[in-house]
Write a protein that binds this ligand. Structure first.
Ligand SMILES: Nc1nc2c(c(=O)[nH]1)N[C@H]1C(S)=C(S)[C@@H](COP(=O)(O)OP(=O)(O)OC[C@H]3O[C@@H](n4cnc5c(=O)[nH]c(N)nc54)[C@H](O)[C@@H]3O)O[C@H]1N2
Ligand SMILES: Nc1nc2c(c(=O)[nH]1)N[C@H]1C(S)=C(S)[C@@H](COP(=O)(O)OP(=O)(O)OC[C@H]3O[C@@H](n4cnc5c(=O)[nH]c(N)nc54)[C@H](O)[C@@H]3O)O[C@H]1N2
Ligand SMILES: [Mo]
Length: 829
């Protein structure tokens, strides 16, 4: 129940400890692969099957058609409890078991009272009926309005796998049947991925980083700036290769100086025994400006680097020194007042960074807020002033905390993946798939639903919102992930039809008209790479059990809908599940061959029930990001207009935005620790959770037992703030502001900066009295009931959840029971 999760040592590899026994590693050409294990039944009705999830490779023990146990299929250095709950994932009572339709919708399809969403009755229908309703709903909108009425952006995660990628399958179906409205950007790096191309010529956030081997050899100081890798590296977009946490363990063992700059003393900070510099949420820009000022006044900024590799530093320097329009000197004392870090510490950080080989590892929480574009832009500027970009172990890196950035890239092949377009297979990149020509910045969804036809600014262009009549979501959970839930509820009532494919009765499934039950990844065959940058393994994802109840895979659902639309052949290309997988595997096989790496044939791989692990060459281990640029900036220019690092961007300046100017700057956010009110005296920060992937696995009671307080999502509150409110550890508290209210369980801790509370994202929305209360109380603790639905700026229009203030009080009275983790009642048609 405590926020300080004990990060345990390793655990034994599950496949080895269960039925498969220890098997030898057979070397095959350039790879080592474990070919000897058969995966056949150990006893008559018991077998161990290999699969994988975002949280890594998993061995699953199946007895009599039921999952009884699961654990790591490859021994991780640090135990990952997310791997142990497959039985609950498959057999949970909160699964959507049958196709379900909201009563009012069934009575009046497409013309129902949409304000009943979320609190109407549910009616179980046949698959035929449900598919017919979906088909007709879509047809109606397309006939009357065309593709602009169909929103299938469907942002969000789903399960690992190259074939059963729900969102890509949805887009494939939509592309075949008349098009749809999609989305631009994502919630992860909404601001950074739009500003970075202007500054560095590339998005940075989803790119390989300087090799960890170089960090271990050359870095003297590692700064985790708004990064909590021991939590966030438990997951990856494909599947984690589990090497990132291993490297952080090596970093710990190296005894190097590690600094965590964060409002929260994170799991990583505790694990590494790092120096914690508590900072107010959303004040990193002043902190960085204070460091920049200290560098300049100490004469420690690398003028040669700035001259040779950057443009526009002079304008930034004038701004820092108070010689620009605002006339404010951004010295350490000024910065300290805002960010809460002592001026002496700020000055010392400047001296230390300049004197030692320093790697600034930037996480993303600090750009998920108003003016989030500025944080990484200022970070890059600071790294430029330090002058170590392109040197081994120095500079900055924006993906060490995510999907195992910095784990050197292996030599082998990459498996293919299903594509949103029927013209072919994609190169395994389901995340960045081009989806739709008609799209808007995704975090503006409520605004778009509420204001069709409205024109907004986006990265130097104008975007006109479509008139959305139908929403189809397959993968993703907007009623946990999107900001300002109460506004979303209103916006969500605008369309005539909402369809959701889901495994579980998530808050979003509950807000739909039609819910189609989906299999877990353990009820279908698939395969995946591991390590989004390392490409280290290929994991087989073998079906462990048959589909539960009436669940179908998204693939089968969209194939059936394609059939109703007369395009089934195009959707399936006449291939079976295994045909697709063979094809994806063959892509890797062919690519590996070009790399002189021999892989087993597909049948052999599949039968082996084991991962394939590629080898890593010395060149990859020694790779340094921007080394070539540093060696010769004329021969190897960046992709920016100047070919250099743009501390001042003419392109951005010419957009003329008041909230994102030509060089990085501090703009006071509407809500933060320095801007609190009597009604809302505390700031809120919403980090990612240790025991979940967002809202995924929130239903697992085995995991919830480890972190909930009084059955609620835990909220971290500083002892002084708790005491002032008569709040004790373990109390149920109410968090509230003008946007809404939630219950949570108090964890009184000095591991959060005074004046700020931390409530993790992904907690399921569990409203009491939805439909009657104006601002229903969330009984479990979803922070987005309290967050602000506002774009980062006109440039990126990203999400800003870490910009919020609120009040907390001890909850008096009987707290209503949490009810979102059980199946809703239904009748049968
Ligand atoms: N306050 C606050 N809010 C945030 C953030 C924050 O830091 N603070 N972070 C943001 C970020 S970075 C992100 S990425 C988002 C995450 O938001 P989401 O990506 O929406 O979160 P998930 O909980 O991963 O949702 C995935 C859903 O897909 C379902 N699913 C899994 N497998 C399948 C499948 O095979 N088929 C179908 N149809 N469904 C499947 C799961 O059951 C789950 O409900 O949240 C954002 N929201
Ligand atoms: N276990 C687990 N792993 C995950 C996820 C998950 O939900 N659970 N989600 C995955 C996804 S989709 C993503 S995008 C990444 C998210 O990766 P990040 O965006 O980096 O994760 P966050 O937890 O939002 O933020 C990292 C740290 O920044 C701190 N922080 C927040 N605001 C500020 C600020 O203003 N200043 C400073 N200095 N620090 C701040 C938070 O307290 C937290 O400790 O993680 C991925 N990995
Ligand atoms: Mo994310």
């Amino acid at each position: 129940m405590s926020h300080t999760k004990k990060i345990n040592g390793s655990r034994r590899q599950f496949l080895k400890t269960t039925s498969l026994g220890t098997v030898g590693m057979a070397a095959t050409g350039g790879i080592t692969t474990n070919l000897l294990a058969s995966g056949k039944a150990m006893a008559a009705e018991s077998s161990t099957v290999m699969s994988a999830a975002h949280w890594g490779p998993i061995g699953i023990v199946v007895e009599n058609g039921k999952v009884v146990k699961s654990g790591p299929a490859i021994e991780p250095t640090i135990a990952n409890e997310l791997q142990t709950v497959v039985a609950e994932q498959v057999h949970s009572d909160v699964r959507v078991k049958y196709p379900m339709v909201r009563k009012g919708y069934l009575e009046n399809p497409g013309k129902s009272d949409t304000s009943l969403r979320g609190h109407d009755e549910w009616v179980r229908v046949s698959w035929d009926k449900a598919l017919e309703l979906v088909h007709n709903g879509l047809k109606q909108v397309r006939d009357s309005q065309g593709p602009s009425g169909v929103f299938a952006g469907s942002y969000g995660w789903y399960s690992s796998g190259s074939l059963h990628a729900s969102r890509t399958l949805l887009h494939r179906f939509m592309n075949l049947t008349g098009g749809f409205v999609g989305t631009k950007g994502d919630y992860s790096t909404g601001a950074a991925q739009v500003i970075m191309p202007h500054v560095m010529g590339t998005i940075e956030v989803y790119e390989q980083q300087t090799s960890w081997e170089m960090i271990l050899e050359h870095s003297e100081i590692v700064v985790l700036w708004s990064a909590n890798p021991m939590t966030t590296l438990r997951n990856a977009w494909t599947s984690t290769d589990q090497q990132g946490t291993d490297y952080f363990k090596k970093l710990k063992e190296s005894g190097k100086r590690v600094i965590c700059i964060d409002p929260v003393r994170s799991e990583t900070c505790d694990y590494l025994g790092a120096e914690w510099i508590p900072v107010n949420t959303a004040t990193d820009v002043p902190l960085m400006l204070g460091i920049a000022h200290s560098l300049i006044t100490a004469g420690k900024h690398d003028q040669e680097f700035l001259k040779k590799y950057t443009v526009g530093y002079d304008k930034f320097e004038a701004y820092v020194l108070g010689k620009a329009e605002d006339g404010v000197v951004k010295d350490a004392a000024w910065a300290s007042q805002i960010c809460g870090v002592p001026a002496e510490t700020i000055k010392q950080l400047a001296l230390d960074f300049a004197a030692k080989r320093t790697m600034l590892m930037g996480g993303w929480g600090m750009q998920r807020q108003r003016h989030g574009e500025q944080t990484h832009w200022t970070l890059v500027t600071l790294a430029s002033m330090i002058g170590q970009i392109g040197l081994p172990g120095g500079g900055f890196g924006l993906s060490y905390h995510y999907a195992n950035g910095g784990v050197p890239t292996a030599t082998g092949g990459i498996v293919g993946a299903i594509s949103a377009n029927t013209s072919g297979e994609s190169g395994g990149q389901t995340w960045l798939d081009e989806t739709s020509k008609m799209s808007f910045p995704l975090a503006r969804i409520s605004d778009a639903l509420l204001n069709p036809g409205k024109v907004i600014q986006y990265n130097g262009t104008e975007v006109t919102y479509p008139d959305i009549k139908l929403i189809y979501w397959a993968g993703g959970n907007p009623f946990t992930h999107h900001q300002d839930t109460n506004t979303l509820i209103k916006a969500w009532q605008k369309p005539d039809t909402v369809i959701v494919n889901e495994i579980y009765w998530t808050p979003t499934a509950r807000m739909a008209d039609i819910v189609l039950p989906v299999t877990t990844s353990f009820e279908r065959n698939d395969l995946t790479m591991s390590g989004d940058y390392s490409m280290l393994n290929i994991f087989p994802m073998k079906k462990a059990v048959e589909p539960q109840f009436e669940a179908k895979s998204d693939y089968d659902i969209f194939a059936a809908l394609s059939k109703l639309a007369g395009v089934e052949d195009k959707f399936t290309e006449g291939k079976s599940e295994m045909d697709w997988l063979k094809g994806f595997y063959q892509s890797a096989y062919d690519a590996a061959r070009k790399n002189r790496v021999v892989m087993p044939r597909f049948e052999q791989f599949w039968e082996a029930n084991q991962p394939i692990t590629f080898k890593v060459g010395d060149k990859a281990k020694q790779w340094v990001r921007y080394a070539e640029f540093r060696a010769d900036p004329l021969l190897n220019p960046l992709g920016t207009p100047s070919g250099k690092i743009e501390i001042y961007s003419d392109t951005v300046a010419k957009m003329g935005y008041d909230d994102c100017k030509g060089h990085p700057s501090w703009m006071v956010p509407e809500e933060y620790a320095g801007n609190t009110t009597a009604e809302a005296p505390l700031a809120l920060v919403t980090p990612h959770p240790y025991y979940r992937l967002h809202s995924q696995l929130c239903f697992s009671s085995a995991l919830r037992e480890k972190y909930t307080v009084n059955s609620r999502e835990p909220v971290l509150i500083h002892p002084d703030d708790a005491q002032a409110r008569g709040i004790a550890n373990g109390d149920i508290v109410r968090l509230f502001n003008q946007r809404g209210q939630v219950l949570a369980g108090a964890v009184v801790s000095d591991g959060v900066i005074k004046g700020t509370v931390a409530l993790h994202e992904g907690a399921w929305y569990d409203p009491a009295e939805l439909g009657t209360a104006e601002k229903p109380l969330c009984k479990f603790g979803n922070p987005n009931v309290l967050t602000m639905d506002i774009g980062t700026s006109k440039l990126a229009q990203g999400n800003s959840p870490n910009t919020a203030i609120l009040q907390v009080e001890k909850y008096s009275g009987e707290a209503p029971a949490v009810s979102v983790f059980s199946e809703p009642k239904y009748t049968t048609a």
